[in-house]
Design a protein around this ligand. Structure first.
Ligand code: AP5
Length: 214
């Protein structure tokens, strides 16, 4: 199954991606994670991406598309994948459609995580990510986890782009560039919107229900 997750920054895409992908035994492909790994590794791609990420802007399409094209061609993604953070605008969605069509494939389902702006700001201000395994935690909702990952013992860190002014800009970028994807995928007949408020477990259950064949 080929799945795309859409939703504003902080909607819980990364959180849900880890559970949904594991449940369906497909790889989770997060463009944000790939960029962050390149930033940490000091690669050429990371140095370029960081200039955009620190401001909350999108990394240029040609860079992002080439990276995704390469990743979804890997053997583990041949029979399915879950995309978190890609596509991020209509041109990226059109390119993905053409890329998959070349192999007789298509996106099967797009899950839109629906959550209001106030909740998003609350979630992002308390987000902590494990530097070792990538697991996402929250200082308020996952009590006591503000320093060390319960899963692997790695150190937790706060993302540079979770500063308030950058978060506000990321939300503007989402509204202008990413939200039009909802209409794009509605027209393609693959969109399923789910309420992304409530507990992580409840949202996962709604997501898995939306992915079940009718
Ligand atoms: P990216 O990493 O994709 O960031 P994003 O889309 O802004 O999304 P986030 O990762 O901030 O939020 P999320 O929805 O994953 O929420 P999470 O699960 O962590 O992109 C970063 C940057 O990379 C971009 O700004 C851009 O520069 C670049 N980039 C990436 N893709 C690109 C592309 N395709 N084209 C161009 N540039 C690109 O949850 C947030 C917090 O809430 C966590 O602490 C979590 O524990 C908590 N939480 C989650 N669910 C719940 C719940 N149900 N209840 C309570 N707390 C919850």
């Amino acid at each position: 199954m080929r799945i795309v997750l859409v939703g504003p920054p902080g909607a819980g895409k990364g959180t849900q991606a880890q559970f949904i992908a594991s449940h369906l035994s497909i790889p989770k492909i997060s463009t944000g994670d790939i960029f962050r790994a390149n930033v940490s590794g000091g690669t050429e791609l990371g140095i370029l991406a960081k200039q955009y990420m620190d401001k909350g802007d999108l990394v240029p399409d040609e860079v992002t598309v080439a990276m995704v094209r390469d990743r979804i061609a890997q053997p583990d993604a041949v029979s399915g994948f879950l995309l978190d953070g890609f596509p991020r605008n209509v041109p990226q969605a059109e390119t993905l459609r053409d890329m998959l069509a070349d192999n007789g494939q298509a996106v099967d389902k797009v899950l839109e995580l629906v959550v209001d702006e106030e909740e998003v700001v609350r979630r992002l201000s308390g987000r902590r990510t494990c530097g070792q395994c990538g697991r996402i935690w929250h200082v308020d909702f996952d009590e006591g986890r503000d320093d060390v990952c319960d899963d692997c013992g790695g150190r937790l860190f706060q993302r540079d782009d979770d500063k308030e002014e950058v978060v506000r800009h990321r939300l503007e970028v989402y509204k202008e560039q990413t939200e039009p994807l909802v209409e794009f995928y509605e027209k393609e007949g693959v969109l399923a919107g789910i309420d992304a408020t409530g507990s992580v477990e409840d949202v996962t259950a709604r997501a898995l229900a939306a992915l079940r064949p009718a």
